[in-house]
Design a protein around this ligand. Structure first.
Ligand code: GDP
Ligand code: IMO
Ligand code: MG
Length: 426
């Protein structure tokens, strides 16, 4: 029957991977629709911590088929490495279970080099990208000069074209950035080997999704990043280069809106951001450091410390509006245990004007003129990682969730109280 869309509502790393893993028990197909190996989605099962970058987070459920959709940008070397890592753990990653859309785009080592070169050239204005080549590859996609996964079906001609595009990129590396070229023949040979490994995973992704929906199967569309990193609706230019919102699932997988039955927004109980750009509720004192330590807020992909801040309800309202959210999955509530007072941004103000929605549309510079309006709530002392029902939560934690539901007008249907599969109130 339906398509369920799951998206991040903040700046990524909300815990999408663990919520997908939890939902996947009732799902036929889990499909990633955007981004590349800039994403790092963590699934913790039976004490094992698994960081997934390209493989959808449903992979640990043997009955689930996983699709890397057309909207994703794929570094074939990373994908092969991830497949090997999962296979070594005994996870079935055969072509019957893991499928790659022929229309997904290919990241080359020179995309990564160009990403790094552009970041270095921006100096103090650097975006703080993951340097995975995301910006350059989506630019080449839009310019209609890029290689696609389907080209790997013929490894020989694929590798010839790889060498051509690498040479093209080399000219830019040398002329624009004064950097040494990368070796086209060697890269072509490496990519030829990847193509031989991956060609059996290639499918018509849109057909797979369309036929499954028509046959009454359930598809979970797994977003990467989050609303405020969205190319169109995030804090531009401090964003990623793909569509991270619910609409991106339709374009990134190729199906129509009438199948969408549920849109789930994953929100952390506080806010984090990796990389540069505006973050109005960022905490700079020891409370921020404490959240970083207790929450383990270090990047899954780059290991960078994440910036930490208070929950921002203007962001969640904006996320509800842009994505048409039905519900929130709220993660990491346990991390707030032990804080005496908890602040929550409930609106923004500029020159006496108030807005309830995060003012992202005019870009990062305009955003700096707005100030968050806070409410302060009492915290709770109790450890909650063993709590499995809302009624057992400390009253202050219940009030915190009630405030979110009241102010945003959307129910919280999942509460994470620890990273393990069963550490949730559902
Ligand atoms: P994603 O990119 O949205 O999938 O999120 P990440 O995996 O990058 O970051 C989320 C981190 O929080 C991971 O290390 C998860 O294991 C962890 N996590 C997820 N939910 C919870 C929770 O409810 N409590 C705690 N303590 N950790 C959680
Ligand atoms: P998941 O899916 C958090 C951030 C980078 C940088 C900006 C642009 O795990 O939530 P890019 O490499 O995409 O050009 O970097 O976006 N970023 C993420 N931050 N979680 C992610 O993914 C991210 N993917 C990219 O830190 O600020
Ligand atoms: Mg992540």
């Amino acid at each position: 029957m339906p398509a369920i869309i799951l998206v991040g509502t903040q700046w990524g790393d909300e815990g999408k991977g663990r919520v997908v893993d939890w939902l996947a028990r009732d799902i036929n197909i889990v499909a990633r629709f955007n981004g590349g190996d800039n994403a790092g989605h963590t699934v913790v099962a039976q004490g094992h911590k698994l960081g997934l970058h390209l493989v959808p987070s449903g992979i640990l459920h043997p009955h689930v088929v996983c699709l890397i959709g057309a909207g994703v940008v794929v570094n074939p070397q990373q994908l092969v490495a991830e497949i090997d890592r999962l296979a070594a753990l005994g996870v079935d990653v055969s072509p019957a279970r893991l499928k790659l859309s022929a229309a997904a785009h290919i990241i080359l080592p020179t995309h990564r080099a160009l990403d790094g070169a552009r970041e270095a050239a921006r100096g103090g204005d650097a975006i703080g990208t993951t340097r995975r080549g995301i910006g350059p590859v989506y630019a080449d996609k839009a310019a209609r000069i890029n290689l696609r996964a389907g080209d790997m079906a013929d490894p020989e001609s694929f590798s010839e074209r790889v060498a051509e595009v690498v040479s093209l990129h080399n000219r830019r590396l040398e002329e624009e950035y004064g950097l040494p070229p990368l070796p086209p023949a060697q890269i072509a040979a490496e990519y030829c080997a990847c193509a031989r490994r991956l060609s059996s995973h290639l499918v018509d992704g849109s057909a797979l999704v369309g036929e499954a929906l028509a046959a009454g199967q359930t598809i979970l569309c797994e977003g990467a990043q989050g609303l405020l990193l969205d190319l169109d609706h995030g804090t531009y230019p401090y964003v990623t280069s793909s569509s991270t919102i619910a609409g991106g699932a339709l374009t990134g997988l190729g199906f129509g809106p009438r199948y969408v039955s549920r849109v789930i927004g994953v929100a952390k109980a506080y806010t984090t951001r990796v990389g540069a750009g505006p973050f109005p509720t960022e905490i700079f004192d020891e409370t921020g450091e404490r959240i970083r330590q207790v929450g383990g807020e270090y990047g899954t992909t780059t290991g960078r410390p994440r910036r930490c801040g208070w929950l921002d309800l203007a962001i969640l309202r904006y996320a509800a509006r842009v994505n048409g959210l039905d519900e929130f999955a709220l993660t990491k509530l346990d991390v707030l245990s032990g804080l005496k007072r908890i602040k929550v941004a409930v609106a923004y103000e500029r020159a006496g004007v108030r807005t309830e929605y995060f003012p992202a549309e005019f870009g990062a510079r305009a955003l700096s003129e707005w100030r968050p309006v806070y409410e302060e709530l009492p915290g709770w002392e109790e450890e909650i990682s063993r709590v499995r029902s809302r009624a057992e939560l400390p009253a202050a934690a219940r009030d915190y969730i009630a405030l979110i539901e009241e102010q945003v007008g959307i129910p919280v249907t999942f509460i994470g109280v620890g990273p393990e599969r069963d550490q949730a109130i559902t």
